[in-house]
Design a binder for this molecule. Structure first.
Ligand SMILES: Cc1ncc(COP(=O)(O)O)c(C=O)c1O
Length: 385
């Protein structure tokens, strides 16, 4: 078995061999610019078209509703800022949630400095949005509701169709950051009532630096103002030469994810439950954050009484896991997600996120569970000494 055992697939995933194989020709023989009017350009454009179809299909959308970006952070920013520029005149309020990814929170905070208002909804101890609080927050000033589909730290899955229904009743658009959900859960933008959806290739065995934004085109047609202007690419919504190899990679990753989703989910959930059970049995004083809510099949957020993640992770060198999210890896700030769920800062600091992926094996989770147990015991002994 290769060590360290990688259990940080929510941070990023390796590129699937089939994805890489699909991408490589677009760095070399098919290097054309998708905007060029000659055979090199047409080949690239054809490949982008196919990738758009494949990516759209992953979320039950049509190709013309899908726009390529540099990743979920940009998709989120384009959706929220782009909607603000169009709809934010009369309505200037965004309703979002305290446990959102920084991509959403930082965008909202920046927009507040420009005069927008944001309501950050609380969550229960299970991490779920309180639908009554949502209803109370919605009014005729709200142009956008932004709620992530699944949380990157805890895996908690929000009831998106119910939230969308309430958003629409108030006349607001429904936006969701589906970065962690895409490929892990079945998604159908029409069935689920989503108007804007952000996703990223590197969370689903595609390359880094490429993502997509779904923008509803019918019932209603959602309009966004471009945030990167340029050569009119992506219907003028996002300027800049298309990242053809990356887009091809996203398309292939999306196709594989769509076909594998149900099997992956079943297998990973069983492995995740096995891992959780093994750790909880071997380490008294372990709690599963978000255990009471629907969760992503691959994610577990474990809290070890009396053992700080910052001390645990260096000891746990044979397992690659994360304290909170990858973007908070270098701070000692307790996770805003966990404190919003009612954990004390100390409890939040005692939490480690383990996220499994397609390559994860039963042997890996068994060995990882043993390492985790040994490491927690060691950290606790040191703390007591
Ligand atoms: C929920 C969520 N939203 C947004 C992002 C940002 O994605 P990207 O790295 O593609 O910008 C991430 C990844 O860290 C995420 O987990």
């Amino acid at each position: 078995m290769r060590t360290p055992i990688y259990l940080d697939y929510n941070a990023t995933t390796p590129v699937d061999d089939r994805v890489l194989d699909a991408m490589l020709p677009f760095f070399r023989e098919h290097f054309g610019n998708a905007s060029s009017e000659h055979s090199f350009g047409w080949t690239a454009d054809e490949a982008v078209k196919q990738a758009r179809e494949r990516t759209a299909k992953l979320i039950g959308a049509t190709p013309r509703t899908l726009f390529f970006t540099s990743g979920a952070t940009e998709s989120v920013s384009l959706a929220i800022r782009g909607a603000g520029d169009i709809y934010g005149g009369r309505r200037h309020r965004i309703v979002t949630v305290q446990t959102e990814h920084r991509a959403v929170l930082a965008t909202c905070e920046a927009m507040e400095r420009e005069g927008y208002e944001t309501t950050y909804l609380p969550v229960g101890t299970d991490g779920l949005v309180d639908l009554d609080a949502l209803e109370a927050a919605l009014n005729e000033e709200t142009f956008l509701v932004s709620v992530m589909w699944a949380n990157n730290e805890t895996g908690v899955v929000q009831p998106i169709p119910e939230i969308a229904e309430r958003a629409h009743r108030a006349g607001a658009l429904m936006m969701t950051d589906a970065t962690q959900a895409a490929g892990k859960l079945p998604i159908s933008v029409n069935h689920d009532g989503v108007d804007l959806l952000a996703l990223s290739a590197h969370k689903l065995y595609g390359p880094k630096g490429v993502g997509a934004l779904y923008v509803r085109q019918r019932g209603p047609r959602v309009r966004l103002a471009p945030q990167v202007t340029g050569g009119g690419q992506e219907e003028g919504l996002r300027g800049g030469t298309l990242n053809v190899p990356g887009i091809v990679g996203l398309g292939m990753a999306a196709q594989i994810a769509r076909r594998a989703q149900a099997d992956d989910a079943e297998r990973l959930e069983a492995l995740r439950d096995r891992f959780e059970a093994a750790v909880c049995a071997a380490v008294p004083g372990t709690a599963v954050n978000g255990a009471g809510a629907p969760r992503l099949p691959n994610t577990t957020s474990l809290r070890f009484e009396g053992a700080r993640a910052a001390q645990l992770l260096p000891v746990l060198h044979d397992v690659a896991a994360s304290a909170g999210s990858a973007c908070h890896a270098h701070t000692d700030e307790p996770s805003h997600v966990l404190t919003a769920m009612g954990l004390t800062p100390e409890q939040a600091r005692a939490t480690v996120r383990f996220s499994l992926g397609r390559p994860t094996t039963e042997a890996e989770v068994d060995v990882a569970a043993e390492h985790v147990a040994e490491s927690v015991h060691l950290v606790r002994r040191r703390a007591a000494a």
